[in-house]
Design a protein around this ligand. Structure first.
Ligand code: AP5
Ligand code: ZN
Length: 207
């Protein structure tokens, strides 16, 4: 099973990815998590990505495609994967299609902009695992601590309100076009074309 999750920042891609990956026994490929790990490790790629991410802009297609290509060579990707936050531009989607990697489903999680800022301001993350909490909607068992490891939770550098607004603008200008790209592909009936589903992200996490 191979799936792509599309949705604005804060839609709940990472949150739902954990359930889907556990259900199918497939790895989560989150380009955002991979970039944050590179920033933390201080690699040359991380240093280049840090400034771009802090401004809420997109890292270059070239860097992202290199990261994903390398990740897909790992043995755990043989039976499938869930892409979270990738592809994010038409050139990324085209490169994935050209690579001949068959995708079963593209799932769009749609949430209006008005909901996003509140979700982001309450988000807390466990950087090592990518587990995500919300102080009100999905609080950890012990305040400020990860449920599994007991380690500290942190706020993401790009969750400040002005950066969230920029990320939303970038989503509408550069990523939302993928909805058209994948709906058309699904309707084309081409062999290996993924099915497309749009899901409201406004329900509770379990819903
Ligand atoms: P990335 O990490 O992918 O961020 P994003 O797409 O902006 O999405 P988020 O991770 O912010 O949100 P999410 O949908 O995962 O929501 P979550 O589940 O955490 O990318 C970060 C940056 O990296 C980009 O800005 C860019 O610079 C760069 N980048 C990454 N990939 C790239 C690419 N392919 N190309 C170029 N650049 C790239 O949920 C949010 C909060 O809401 C949490 O607190 C959660 O608990 C809560 N919540 C979730 N669901 C619900 C619900 N149903 N009800 C109430 N609260 C909920
Ligand atoms: Zn995420």
């Amino acid at each position: 099973m191979r799936l792509i999750l599309i949705g604005p920042p804060g839609a709940g891609k990472g949150t739902q990815a954990k359930f889907i990956c556990e259900h199918f026994g497939i790895p989560q490929i989150s380009t955002g998590d991979m970039l944050r790990a590179a920033v933390k490790a201080g690699t040359p790629l991380g240093l280049a990505a840090k400034a771009v991410m802090e401004k809420g802009q997109l890292v270059s297609d070239e860097i992202i495609l290199g990261l994903v290509k390398e990740r897909l060579e790992a043995p755990d990707c043989k039976n499938g994967a869930l892409f979270d936050g990738f592809p994010r531009t038409i050139p990324q989607a085209q490169a994935l299609a050209d690579a001949g990697i068959p995708i079963d489903f593209v799932l769009e999680i749609s949430v209006p902009d008005s909901e996003i800022v509140e979700r982001m301001s309450g988000r807390r993350v466990h950087p090592a695992s990518g587990r995500t909490y919300h102080i009100k909607y999905n609080p950890p068992k012990v305040e400020g601590k990860d449920d599994v490891t007991g380690e500290d939770l942190v706020q993401r550098d790009d969750d400040r309100e002005e950066v969230v607004l920029k990320r939303l603008e970038v989503y509408h200008n550069q990523t939302e076009a993928l909805v058209g790209f994948y709906t058309k592909l699904a309707e084309s009936g081409a062999p290996n074309a993924p099915q497309y589903r749009s899901i409201s992200g406004l329900g509770s996490i379990d819903e």
